[in-house]
Write a protein that binds this ligand. Structure first.
Ligand code: ZN
Length: 349
C-alpha cells in the first residue's frame, strides 16, 4: 500500500496580507501549492477550523487575544515593527492555530498519517503576550498544549528547523520538562535568542536545546547537527509525537537568511525526523509551516520534504564527517559541553 500524507491547505490562509514588499506574503503559499500539486493524489486533505479562546489561552494571555482581535478593527496596522495585521488577519491567525491543533490531534489519534500544515501567518516568534516577527499566535505551542490537554500525551518533541530561533516557543516551555524544544538556527541573527547556554530552567532545565549556527552553514552542518545532536537528544527524551516548526528559510535561495541548505538537505532532514518518529512515536509526526521567503526555496523545500514523507520507508541518511577543526565538529562540541552530561550520546563519534 502506498503511504499518504495529511495536508492542510486552504485559500483563506492567503487572506492575511500586508504591504506589497513584505516578505511574509500570500504568494509564499502559492509556491507551496505548486510543490503539492503533482503529489495531490497521495495527500489527504484536512479542513481547517478556527481555534477557540480556550485553545489560544493555553499559550497566550487574554490581553493578547484582545489585542489581535482589536487589530482587525484598526487595520491595516502593525503589531510590532515587522508584524502587520489586515482586517482578515485575526480570523486567519485563528484558522492557522486551529488547523495546527486539529492536524496534530488527528495524527495523535492515528486517524491521519503524518501531516503537513501549509498555514500562515507563522507562529514561532509569538510570545504569550506579544505578536512578533510576522507571528500572531504561536501555532506549534498551541498544538503541543492541545495534545497534552485533550489527547493525554505527556512528552512532545518540538523540532524547530526554521532559520530563526523560535523565541516564543522556547519561552512557552522553558520551565516544562514535558516538552523538549530543540532548535537549529542562524546566529547571531533575528530575534537574538537561542544561544547554546539557553537550556531551560527549573524543572525544564535540559529540555531546551539550541544549536546556533554561523552564516554559511550548509547541508553538511545542518544535516550533521540533526544526526549528531537531535537524534540522540530525541532518543533520550522518548517523545510520543514530534512537531516540526518547518521553516524553509534555511534554504540557500532565501533572501533574508544566510544558510546554504539545499533541497537535498531538506529531504535528508525529513528522512531523519521521520525515522525518529517511526522508531519512537509510532510514526506520529506533524510539520507546521513557519518561515521561508524565497518562492523557489519554498517550492524546492516542500517538494523534498513531502516526497521524503511519502516514501515507503525512510532512507538511511549518511552521517556527515566531522573532522577536527570543522564547523560541524565545533558545533557538536559546544552542544555536548552543555548537554553532554544529560545526553552522553551527543558528540559520540
Ligand atoms: Zn524564519
Amino acid at each position: 500500500m502506498q503511504r499518504s500524507l495529511s495536508v492542510v491547505e486552504d485559500p483563506r490562509f492567503r487572506d492575511h496580507a500586508g504591504p506589497s514588499d513584505h516578505p511574509e506574503r500570500p504568494a509564499r503559499l502559492a509556491a507551496v501549492s505548486r510543490a503539492l500539486a503533482p503529489r495531490r493524489d497521495r495527500l489527504e486533505s484536512v479542513p481547517p477550523r478556527p481555534a477557540g479562546d480556550e485553545e489560544l489561552l493555553r499559550v497566550h494571555t487574554r490581553d493578547h487575544l484582545a489585542l489581535v482581535a482589536e487589530s482587525a478593527r484598526r487595520a491595516p496596522c502593525r503589531l510590532d515593527p515587522d508584524t502587520y495585521a489586515c482586517a482578515e488577519s485575526h480570523a486567519v491567525a485563528r484558522l492557522a492555530a486551529g488547523a495546527s491543533v486539529d492536524l496534530a490531534r488527528r495524527v495523535a489519534r492515528g486517524e491521519s498519517p503524518a501531516g503537513f500544515a501549509a498555514v500562515r501567518p507563522p507562529g514561532h516568534h509569538a510570545e504569550a503576550g506579544r505578536a512578533m516577527g510576522f507571528c500572531l499566535f504561536n501555532n506549534v505551542a498551541i498544538a503541543a498544549r492541545a495534545l497534552q490537554a485533550e489527547e493525554g500525551l505527556e512528552r512532545i518533541l518540538i523540532l524547530d528547523w526554521d532559520v530563526h530561533h523560535g523565541n516564543g516557543t522556547q519561552h512557552s516551555f522553558e520551565d516544562d520538562a514535558s516538552i523538549l524544544y530543540a532548535s537549529t538556527h542562524q546566529f547571531p541573527y533575528y530575534p537574538g535568542t537561542g544561544d547554546f547556554g539557553e537550556v531551560g530552567r527549573g524543572d525544564g532545565e535540559g529540555a531546551t536545546l539550541n544549536v546556533p549556527m554561523p552564516p554559511g552553514c550548509g547541508d553538511t552542518e545542518w544535516v550533521g547537527v540533526l544526526q549528531r545532536v537531535l537524534v540522540p537528544a530525541a532518543r533520550a527524551f522518548r517523545p510520543e509525537l514530534i512537531l516540526v516548526s518547518c521553516g524553509f528559510d534555511a534554504h540557500r535561495d532565501d533572501p533574508l537568511a544566510s544558510l546554504d541548505v539545499s533541497g537535498a538537505g531538506f529531504a535528508a532532514a525529513a528522512h531523519i525526523v521521520r525515522a525518529l518518529a517511526d522508531d519512537l512515536c509510532g510514526g506520529r509526526l506533524v510539520l507546521l509551516l513557519e518561515g521561508g521567503y524565497a518562492e523557489s526555496g519554498l517550492e524546492d523545500g516542500t517538494a523534498a520534504v513531502v516526497d521524503a514523507l511519502l516514501e515507503e520507508t525512510p532512507a538511511t541518511v549518511p552521517v556527515p564527517e566531522a573532522p577536527p577543526g570543522s564547523t560541524l565538529r565545533g558545533l557538536v562540541q559546544r552542544v555536548a559541553a552543555v548537554h553532554g552530561e544529560r545526553i552522553p550520546a551527543i558528540g559520540a563519534p
